[in-house]
Design a protein around this ligand. Structure first.
Ligand SMILES: [Zn+2]
Length: 234
């Protein structure tokens, strides 16, 4: 099961729980929710999850519970990214802002002065949103069309059939590389005296570090989730 599916399956509002329940108990009326309305099953089909045994609903919930207790931040980030869950996004931003306040380089702290906390919240918000970009949003896609792969022309010619390689522009993510220009603009709104050279020198690397930190937390959560559930995640 892919991580997105595990997360979608666990969301209380997710129709997929209903789909899974329906698969287990075909005669039940669980396809209506507590308001009695029919559920729209567009998210994850129960058939995408192996019913019973490993990968079943209970196993997914157990695995998510363990991940929550060990890698809460990473799990919030994954929910924010794949489920577009606004509450988890807020929680992730709050934790990242706390981390940013503690980790901010001296010069960043000095330049932001009394606006420190507000600046860190803004940076955390931008970093989380950057992490949450997915290639299913058209404007976020790289020139490889969001696939992260391009044809390797030399190898294709040599082999006599189409050979693909990882896209060099996006390094396989399928996403347009982000610039830190929007972040600079936002912070400058709070600190009008902040200059571009000073941003480049003292702030940009810190901002990039916050984004990397999100990636690390998320992959730590993914690996706990994978180990616990033994899902065949890609
Ligand atoms: Zn690309």
């Amino acid at each position: 099961m892919r991580i997105e599916h595990a997360l979608l399956a666990s969301s209380p509002k997710s129709p997929s729980i209903m789909s899974m329940a329906v698969e287990t108990k075909p005669q039940s009326n669980l396809c209506t929710d507590h308001t009695g309305e029919m559920q729209d099953r567009r998210v994850v089909r129960a058939s995408q999850s192996r019913s019973g045994g490993k990968g079943g609903y209970t196993d997914v919930m157990f695995a998510l519970g363990v991940t929550q207790s060990r890698e809460a931040q990473g799990l919030s980030l994954l929910y924010a990214k794949y489920n577009k869950d606004p509450k988890e996004r807020e929680a992730a931003i709050e934790r990242l802002a706390q981390f940013a306040i503690k980790q901010a380089p001296k010069l960043v702290g000095k330049a932001s002065g009394r606006q420190m906390a507000r600046c860190m919240v803004l940076l955390a918000k931008l970093a989380v949103d950057d992490f949450c970009r997915t290639a299913d949003v058209e404007r976020a896609r790289c020139r490889c069309g969001g696939t992260g792969k391009v044809y390797d022309l030399v190898a294709t010619k040599l082999a006599g059939h189409a050979v693909e390689k990882t896209c060099q522009r996006c390094h396989g993510t399928g996403l347009k590389p982000m610039t830190s220009a929007p972040a600079f603009k936002v912070v400058k709104g709070l600190l009008p005296e902040l200059s571009q050279p000073s941003w480049n020198r003292n702030w940009q690397r810190f901002f990039d570090m916050l984004i990397s930190h999100c990636c690390q937390d998320a992959s730590a959560a993914e690996s706990v989730l994978g180990r616990v559930s033994r899902c065949d995640m890609i």
